[in-house]
Ligand binder design. Structure first.
Ligand code: FES
Ligand SMILES: [Fe+2]
Length: 364
């Protein structure tokens, strides 16, 4: 189809003004996942988050330390230094920094200048993950952490994994609020053809966005059919809620049951997936995932089976979003035209919210 050039440009300008995209600066004032807790040991770990180079380690008392990864003397990354008794010694000229980022020793002189150091970031461990606040320190409020009880409760059987996404994090949030793609991008893994056409509802609130889809009856793909025993064609109900909880957490909740059994006789099988994107750069994202189920507990073979199958599907998202990023990167902004459909409503609302959050932050 040929479109008048002026209409294309107008649409592109409108879209970029209204929604967060790969050009939108990061929202700093929020909690993001920095790492799985098991990654942070008594050794230096370099990681870039929200475009900033950080160095992490754990003290001998078990405290997580997160510091700017740049020596304030001559900008050597501190992660290239050594960890000695809970302090970092820079690998260039040996300046020493404590857990607060204060310089406490200069080997070439007897005295250490006061008030010289690097920024230390607040972190908090919850369940299997370490959250970090990289914005205004005085706004780092634990009440702003999104609810995540099931990630800590014993009756949820969990597994976790990490994927490196070569795309902007906004498009990952968009992907997670879009259930239509299961029938296509995941046609060979956990999508089914009826998914895209199932009726859906949108929930659009203040910083909370969700898409709900009841796929009933449906035939479950092996990742769910085998562990639940709902293997028959058209036997299952698949009730899905996909919800943006915060910039650092998207939660997918699914309930399966046998739709041929009376309501009071059918067991319910529930799964939860925490998708936790943390921007690395404008075009790359750390993608932390925790998956849980409330059935077939203490069954490591089922955990392994589900984990492996799920990560095949999540890799499809990562591969697809990387292709999308390449297409976006090679399209001049004046030529970029994207239109939206009804199922995009929650994602559009989310992207507007992210842009508004960023614009609020940049106000003096
Ligand atoms: S650059 Fe770190 S001590 Fe000089
Ligand atoms: Fe997906």
């Amino acid at each position: 189809m040929t479109r008048p050039q002026h209409a294309i440009i107008f649409a592109a300008q409108n879209a970029s003004q209204r929604m967060a995209d790969r050009h939108t600066p990061f929202v700093m004032n929020d909690w993001y996942v920095a790492a799985f807790d098991e990654e942070i040991k008594e050794q230096l770990l370099a990681r870039t988050l929200l475009g900033r180079r950080l160095v992490f380690y754990r003290t001998t008392a078990g405290q997580v330390v997160a510091l700017e990864d740049r020596c304030p003397h001559r900008s050597m990354p501190l992660s290239a230094g050594t960890l000695e008794q809970d302090t970092i010694v820079c690998g260039y000229h040996g300046l020493r920094f404590n857990t607060e980022g204060d310089c406490i020793e200069v080997p070439s002189q007897d005295t250490c200048p006061k008030n010289v150091g690097i920024r230390a970031y607040r972190t908090v461990e919850r369940g299997a993950v370490v959250w970090i606040w990289m914005g205004e320190a005085e706004q780092a409020d634990l009440s702003k952490l999104p609810p995540q009880d099931w990630m800590e409760e014993a009756h949820w059987e969990r597994s976790q994994g990490y994927l490196s996404l070569q795309a902007n994090y906004v498009r990952l949030h968009e992907n997670l609020l879009d259930l239509t793609h299961l029938s296509f991008l995941h046609a060979k893994s956990f999508g089914t053809p009826d998914y895209a056409k199932a009726a859906f509802e949108s929930e659009i609130g203040d910083g909370q966005f969700a898409l709900l889809r009841n796929v009933v009856p449906t035939t479950l793909p092996p990742v769910w059919a085998i562990p639940t025993g709902l293997t028959g064609p058209g036997q299952a109900a698949r009730i899905v809620r996909s919800a943006f909880r915060s910039l650092g957490l998207h939660e997918v909740s699914v309930t399966f049951y046998d739709c041929h059994l009376p309501e009071n006789e059918r067991p319910q099988y529930r799964i939860r997936t925490a998708h936790m994107p943390t921007p690395e750069t404008a075009t790359s994202t750390h993608y932390f995932i925790v998956h849980g189920r409330d059935f077939a507990q203490d069954d490591p073979a089922t955990t392994r089976f589900m984990h492996d199958q799920l990560f095949v599907a999540f890799q499809e998202d990562v591969d697809g979003l990387a292709l999308q990023e390449l297409a976006l990167a090679s399209t001049p902004p004046e030529d970029l035209y994207e239109f939206s459909v009804a199922a995009d409503a929650p994602a559009i609302a989310m992207r507007r919210y992210v842009l508004a959050r960023q614009q609020n932050e940049s106000q003096p």
